[in-house]
Structure formats: C-alpha cells, structure tokens
Ligand binder design. Structure first.
Ligand code: ZN
Ligand code: ZN
Length: 409
C-alpha cells in the first residue's frame, strides 16, 4: 500500500479516503430480478428510491460465480488471479489432496479493508457464515465477526464483544433468513455505536437458493433488507450494494434437477482414475444446494489424456464450455495453479456433480436453484447517491469500492 494525502493504493488501484461512512453490502446470490420484483411488489421503498436519488448499474462477478472468490474480489478490488481464492476447494499437488481454501494462508493479496484500517480509519466487517470471516478479516485491525458465531466474539479475536446483547437478537440458525437479518441488524447497531468509516456486510444466499424472484419468500427477504437499508441511509451512510453472483433454476419442466454426474461419466467411458472431478462449490454447508453448481474443475492423471477428456466432456448435453488450464486462467483471471487441468461450465439450467452416490439431495425440499456458471455473472451495482465519471468499460462487482470511494459526488 502507498498513500498520498487523501489517496491510498491497494493491489495497484487507487482509492480516495472516505469522507463519510461507506457501507458496502454484498447480497449473496442477488440475481437482479429479485430486486426488480420486490420493487414491483411495493415492498422495497429504499431500492425503489435509487431510481431517482441513486445510481443503478450492472456489473459482472468473477468466475467461478461462487461466494468466496467474489467476496474476496470485492474487498481486494482484484480478480482471483491476484487474490488466489477461486473456490472453497482445490486439489493441492503438494499434499496430493483436496484441501479447503477457507484459510487465510491461501490469500495472496491484501484487502482494501485492512489497508484503510492501517491508515487509522475505523473498519467493520460482518458476515453471515463464519467461513468467510477469517478470509475477509485477514490483516484487519478492526471489527470482524460472523452472525453464525456471534455468541463467541471476543475483543481480541473480533474487535468487539457482547455482540448478541448489543444487537439484541439471538444467534440465528445457519440455514435461515435470520442469519442475514442478523448481519443487517448488526450493521445498524455498529453504525449507531461506532460509526465506522468503512463497513462491509455480507449475507448468505439461503433464501435465493430456495425462492425464485417475486415469490413471497424472496420478497419478504428483500423487504427485510430494505428496512435496515432505510436506517443506514437515514444515518448518512454512502451505501453501495452488489452481489457475489446471481442465481438460476437448475431444473427441467417438472422441477427435477438437471445434473451431469461428471465423475460417473468419466469413470464409465475412460476407466476409473483417469480424471478426477472436483467441485469448488463444495463446503461444509451444502443442505440447500447439494454441492451442485454450474462449474467444475477436472484433474487429468496423464497429461496425454487431457484433450481426449476435454472432448468427451464438451460433447455432453448441458455442458456449455470446457477450457484448458491456461485458457481458463486467461479468460477468467484465475490462478492457474489452483484450477485443475480443465475448467468445465454447464449451461444455465444444468449443474455438474461428481458421482450420483456422492451427492445427498435429501435436503433439496424445493426445486434446485444454484450458481457457479457464466449464466450467473450479471449482478447489480447500486448506490444511494449520484456517481460521476463512471467508466464506460465493462464494470465488475469488484469495482464497487472504487465506484463508492472515487466516483460518489
Ligand atoms: Zn454466494
Ligand atoms: Zn450459493
């Protein structure tokens, strides 16, 4: 990081110091249509007000369209090729094992949050799930906790204690809308008590995995968020909202999931052990999506087989693209050492699984909705103020800090 009088630079991008509290919200799985439908239903007055008093833009998230890569891109202002986090899992050749990428030691770049805190600014981060907390809070001298572990916060580890008492809500279930509501309630509490210079709030997509845009379940959720955003707005915060990725139905006409069980196909056609399919969406919380998304990586045992494996996968119904390692790294700004020999993307209505026996779909009580592919790249970029000189180039969700700090009037 370098700093001049009121500017600082992180990961080669320059930012102006905030002159009033800035709140960046990552609404997990926020397909734009959710907001549109909530506004049409008249339950989201804050969102509706942005048409006249704010700025409404659209951007692309990073690939894979998963939670962790995009949250890290948003707070570093950079793609996964820079920060290194390209999923929840990757195959570590050194350990010869699939390893979780949730640990901060896999992070390759500093965050704007940490940089601003180092400049003496007050920074606060609240996430829904704890899996993101250590990554987002890496190197951060400030407040950082998750709704999931809100009961366990300490001054030493989280920069704040007695969170439940301060927020006035019980610890929410990890599979609930309440987990995200806690994030917003905590955000309002912190804005009142601490008035951070920069606050990052990140929700969970439990609701978006279950409810399509415009349904009661979805509209209730957006109405809830709207009530808290109204309060943050009234306290004078500059609010920027985006999403880590969109969300789509992944089903046929009868709501049955369209799944390509890629490991089963490869084992049957090429023999066991030729190629290993890894799904970077896999994480400890899979009840609502069964670890099924539209993105997979494939590790091929013998390099000579790679082209044959790629051709076989590309010919499967429901598969949109198969890219080799270097092509995928270049096209999607991914770290080549963490993506496998092949990157596989399925079409909008299709997800990729490993083996049928490896996916517990009993938790899928409603038709599958998921993400991971290019069809979930479009996300909103919304601000409660007018922006000036917005670049005419393709916007990304990870431009949000630059837009909020550098372009707000
Ligand atoms: Zn997400
Ligand atoms: Zn999700």
């Amino acid at each position: 990081m370098t700093q001049t009088s009121n500017q600082f630079t992180v990961n080669t991008r320059s930012y102006r110091l905030p002159s009033r509290p800035v709140v960046i919200v990552c609404i997990d799985g926020c397909e734009q249509e959710y907001i549109n439908q909530a506004v049409q239903a008249g339950v989201a007055p804050f969102f509706a007000s942005l048409r006249d008093k704010g700025t409404v833009l659209t951007g692309d998230c990073v690939m894979p369209s998963f939670t962790n890569p995009n949250n890290l891109s948003i707070v570093t202002g950079a793609p996964p090729s820079v920060h290194g986090i390209c999923g929840n899992f990757f195959f570590d050749p050194e350990q010869q094992a699939e390893v979780l990428m949730n640990d901060a030691r896999y992070l390759r770049a500093p965050s704007v949050l940490a940089a601003l805190a180092d400049l003496g600014k007050k920074v606060a981060v609240v996430t829904a799930k704890d899996k993101l907390r250590s990554l987002l809070g890496h190197g951060l001298r400030g407040i950082c906790f998750s709704a999931e572990k809100a009961a366990d916060t300490t001054l030493a580890d989280n920069g704040i204690e007695d969170v439940l008492q301060k927020v006035g809500l019980p610890v929410p279930s990890v599979y609930s809308a309440d987990l995200s509501e806690f994030v917003f309630a905590a955000g309002v509490t912190l804005m009142k008590s601490e008035r951070p210079d920069l606050m990052y709030l990140s929700t969970t997509d439990y609701i978006q995995h279950k409810f399509a845009p415009g349904t009661d379940g979805a509209n209730d959720f957006y109405a809830m968020m709207d009530r808290y955003l109204v309060q943050l707005d009234a306290m004078g915060a500059l609010i920027g909202l985006t999403a880590d990725h969109g969300m789509n139905a992944k089903t046929d006409a009868l709501g049955r999931p369209n799944i390509v069980f890629l490991q089963d196909v490869l084992d049957k056609d090429l023999g066991d052990g030729t190629a290993r399919v890894l799904l970077p969406i896999t994480d400890p919380y899979v009840v609502h999506h069964g670890a099924l998304g539209s993105y997979a990586t494939v590790y091929v045992k013998h390099a000579a087989d790679t082209a044959r494996v790629a051709a076989l996968i590309a010919a499967l119904p429901g598969i949109e693209r198969v890219l080799g390692r270097s092509e995928a790294a270049a096209s999607f700004e991914l770290p080549p050492d963490r993506i496998g020999d092949l990157v596989v993307l399925s079409e909008r209505l299709t997800v990729i699984g490993t083996s049928a026996s490896q996916h517990d779909l009993s938790g899928l009580t409603v038709p599958l909705r998921s993400h991971g592919g290019m069809s979930e790249q479009r996300v909103p970029l919304l601000f409660n103020c007018v922006l000036s000189d917005v670049p005419a180039t393709r916007l990304r969700n990870f431009d949000i800090l630059s837009l909020a700090l550098n372009h707000a009037a």
